[in-house]
Design a protein around this ligand. Structure first.
Ligand code: GLY
Length: 274
């Protein structure tokens, strides 16, 4: 799908013939990257992202989600928020409710305003009101949450979050993020009771109930692999991680992510799945 200015209207791509029993996700919310995306926050030192190439890679991404039979809700670009296409940071969505976060970077705080009304069509809304939290720090596996304590997610945000999710029977483990932007920059669930993560996090007792696939030191970026309905979407160009993931026996789709990497972002950051 080509992402053009004409496409910068809320668009819905709907697929039929689903087998709901096999699916953990049926919907995804995404936002078209703006021409201002080169002004976003980053520590990557990989050069300025090209907006046109960013939208081409984003187009590949939403085509993959659509091919996996998700209904993809495409929100228009918003130049006021250069990081706004990283919608994952604005909310945490569970089967029962959605929590609107309070992003930890000042320039991103306003991103939640246009996400809340969209999620409110699908879920009861809860909110982080005082602390800070980026959704990229929140990994949900069944009724468990692993929450990164990071430069973006603080103790106050985690306390509020925990009070909300415990009402619904969820358990929270807090993981200190020692490297990378968010917890999910390097720790992700990839199906089959397995976490994809780096060697440092693999030793954390909170992850002991899972099998582990360890991401090599030169392939940390591939730790941000996205699991959707027993398919894996992983960045292209990380052969060791790809070989390890293949052992899970799931369908694996690789896709280019060079521009998102320049922005400290990855595949999970680009959507809210539910
Ligand atoms: N560029 C993504 C972020 O820093 O939030």
């Amino acid at each position: 799908m080509a992402i053009t200015a004409a496409c910068e209207q809320a668009t819905r791509i709907k697929n039929g013939n689903r087998d709901e029993r096999m699916k953990n996700f049926t919907n995804a919310i995404v936002r078209v990257p703006s021409n201002s995306c080169g002004n976003g926050l980053t520590t990557a030192n990989l050069g300025r992202p090209n907006a046109e190439q960013t939208r081409t890679q984003f187009g590949h991404y939403i085509n993959i989600l659509s091919d996996l039979e998700l209904t993809v809700i495409v929100l228009p670009a918003n130049p006021a928020f250069p990081d706004g296409h990283f919608v994952e940071d604005t909310a945490v969505v569970t089967p029962e409710f959605a929590i609107i976060t309070r992003p930890g970077a000042t320039s991103r705080e306003g991103e939640v305003v246009t996400i809340e009304p969209v999620l409110a069509r699908y879920r009861r809304i809860e909110r982080i009101r005082q602390g800070h939290m980026d959704g990229g720090d929140v990994l949900m596996v069944g009724k468990r949450f692993f929450v990164g304590l990071s430069n973006r997610t603080d103790q106050a945000g985690i306390r509020e979050f925990t009070a909300i999710v415990e009402k619904y029977g969820y358990r929270v483990d807090v993981i200190e993020v020692m490297a990378g932007l968010h917890l999910k920059s390097i720790v992700n669930f990839v199906g089959r009771n397995t976490l994809l993560l780096d060697a440092d996090n693999a030793g954390h007792p909170a992850f002991a109930d899972f099998d582990h696939i360890i991401v090599g030191q030169n392939e940390e970026y591939a730790g941000n692999t996205l699991w959707i309905n027993d398919n894996l979407i992983t960045p292209e160009g990380y052969p060791e991680t790809l070989a390890k993931l293949k052992q899970l026996g799931l369908k694996i789709i690789t896709t280019p992510t060079s521009e998102f990497k320049k922005m400290d972002g990855g595949l999970t950051c680009l959507s809210l799945r539910f």
